[in-house]
Design a protein around this ligand. Structure first.
Ligand code: ADP
Length: 163
């Protein structure tokens, strides 16, 4: 029997983490021995939260899930996954509009590292319209973001838009 631990990486910007992301994290935690939520630390992209803030926020939110680890990463996802002995990349699929790009990335990653498979989890229907972009947009106009993000992080997001 194969005793190898099943380690999966769930990469993303998570700027900020939404209820849709949390749903994927929790469902993945049931499927794998270890889930590494990998926060993309991309200096070229202007982010609302620093990668360390994003890591801290998610860490707080998953503290009841002992097999979920949160880290930031830089560079190629395939290299990061290899360094973690992960064989699975998890991505969430919201709509057909996500599909073309996600398929291309998944196929590219498999060429780069044939050991690596991408697993798509379809979003839960009630979260399918949520994106970090929508959250930032709503928050910037003082909108109610409580339907979109975990309540613990609402004050942190709102504080970013107070002048
Ligand atoms: P990226 O910049 O890599 O797209 P995101 O933080 O926007 O990072 O998303 C990370 C992953 O989570 C992606 O696979 C994305 O499709 C998925 N995702 C985003 N929003 C949702 C949602 N509402 N429900 C399910 N999955 C989602």
């Amino acid at each position: 029997m194969n005793q190898e631990k099943k380690i999966a990486v769930y990469p993303g910007s998570f700027d900020p983490v939404t209820l849709g992301h949390m749903d994927i994290i929790k469902r993945s935690a049931v499927l794998f021995d270890t889930v590494i939520v990998a926060v993309l630390s991309n200096s070229a992209k202007t982010a609302l939260f620093s990668s360390s803030d994003r890591v801290n926020m998610i860490q707080e939110l998953v503290r009841d899930y002992p097999n979920v680890i949160v880290e930031s990463f830089e560079g190629l996802l395939v290299d990061y996954a290899r360094s973690k002995n992960a064989r699975i990349i998890i991505r969430g699929l919201r709509a057909v509009s996500d599909f073309e790009y996600e398929l291309q990335i998944a196929q590219t990653n498999r060429v780069e590292n044939p050991q690596l498979d991408t697993l798509f989890l379809t979003t839960s229907l009630n979260y399918s319209y949520i994106s970090s972009t929508i959250v930032r947009e709503f928050a910037s106009y003082g909108g109610d973001i409580s339907p979109f993000v975990p309540e613990e992080i609402i004050p942190l997001i709102e504080a970013k838009y107070q002048h």
